[in-house]
Design a protein around this ligand. Structure first.
Ligand SMILES: *[C@@H]1O[C@H](CO)[C@@H](O)[C@H](O)[C@H]1NC(C)=O
Ligand SMILES: *[C@@H]1O[C@H](CO)[C@@H](O)[C@H](O)[C@H]1NC(C)=O
Ligand SMILES: *[C@@H]1O[C@H](CO)[C@@H](O)[C@H](O)[C@H]1NC(C)=O
Ligand SMILES: *[C@@H]1O[C@H](CO)[C@@H](O)[C@H](O)[C@H]1NC(C)=O
Length: 219
């Protein structure tokens, strides 16, 4: 009886092995891309100018935690932009080719009306903002719902920017969710963290691990 029920249990495992194999054959967003070697110098933390970095950012056990308050100061004294603690990826700005951001993000319940990831152009502004609204919904700017429940879990985010085709494609947990046109121009870079939007929560936080950049030439 005991051996009968154990073989019954093993059969689905055997099947799921092939199921995983089939799913993997569809490919990861990074297939065909080359990983860019990053160093800590490439992770430039922007935070309210009047507080020490340790009061808005930590990097422990591979997890980057960024937080900000809605009454914080901007990230420098010249700008009047809303409060942010964001990592601006440095040294790999791009104006051609196909570039990809990959990272695992997590947003705690309560953090809302905030941008957590951007593709930004110095000359034409944000080409993509991924924002948290409502009860843990992830939106592309304010116009397109991407994922309805991102609170309190790790989600895998991949963003592919094909500068040649002017397309930005967003993947959550390896699944393509939405593609939008870019804003046509300039030197782009990736940013992630928390950047206050209208009617934000008082406290905003996002955490990130295994952040990587990939690229390839257009075909
Ligand atoms: C977030 O917290 C609120 C208030 O405590 C609760 O109603 C809601 O169900 C929580 N949502 C998630 C996704 O945990
Ligand atoms: C935020 O509010 C300002 C002023 O009302 C408005 O101009 C702007 O478009 C709003 N931003 C978003 C992202 O809704
Ligand atoms: C977020 O903004 C929306 C309008 O864009 C507003 O209805 C909502 O109340 C805001 N959330 C919070 C927590 O203030
Ligand atoms: C990929 O990134 C590296 C590092 O920034 C750069 O040297 C290289 O030219 C890039 N390749 C493409 C195809 O964009």
């Amino acid at each position: 009886m005991a051996s009968y029920s154990s073989s019954q249990k093993n059969f689905p495992h055997f099947l799921s092995f092939f199921l995983i194999l089939i799913i993997s054959c569809e490919g990861a967003p990074t297939d065909g891309f080359t990983e860019v070697t990053l160093t800590e110098k490439d992770f430039d933390v922007q935070r309210p100018y009047d507080v020490p970095i340790a009061e808005r950012y930590s990097f422990e056990n591979g997890v980057r935690k960024l937080w900000v308050y809605s009454d914080d100061k901007p990230f420098n004294t010249e700008t009047k932009t809303a409060p942010r603690t964001e990592i601006r990826m440095r040294n790999h700005d791009y104006s051609s080719g196909i570039w990809q951001f990959e990272g695992y993000g997590s947003v705690p319940n309560g953090t809302t009306n905030v941008s957590i990831m951007q593709v930004f152009s110095a000359s034409s502004g944000p080409a993509l903002m991924l924002r948290v609204y409502n009860d843990g919904e992830l939106w592309c700017f304010q116009g397109k719902l991407i994922e309805d429940d991102i609170y309190n879990r790790w989600f895998q985010l991949n963003v592919i920017h094909n500068v040649h085709n002017n397309k930005i494609t967003i993947f959550i947990d390896g699944v393509s969710k939405y593609a939008l046109d870019d804003n046509n121009g300039g030197d782009y870079y990736f940013k992630f963290g928390v950047y206050t939007q209208n009617h934000s929560s008082y406290y905003m936080e996002s955490r990130w691990k295994d952040v990587k950049i990939f690229n390839k030439t257009e075909v």
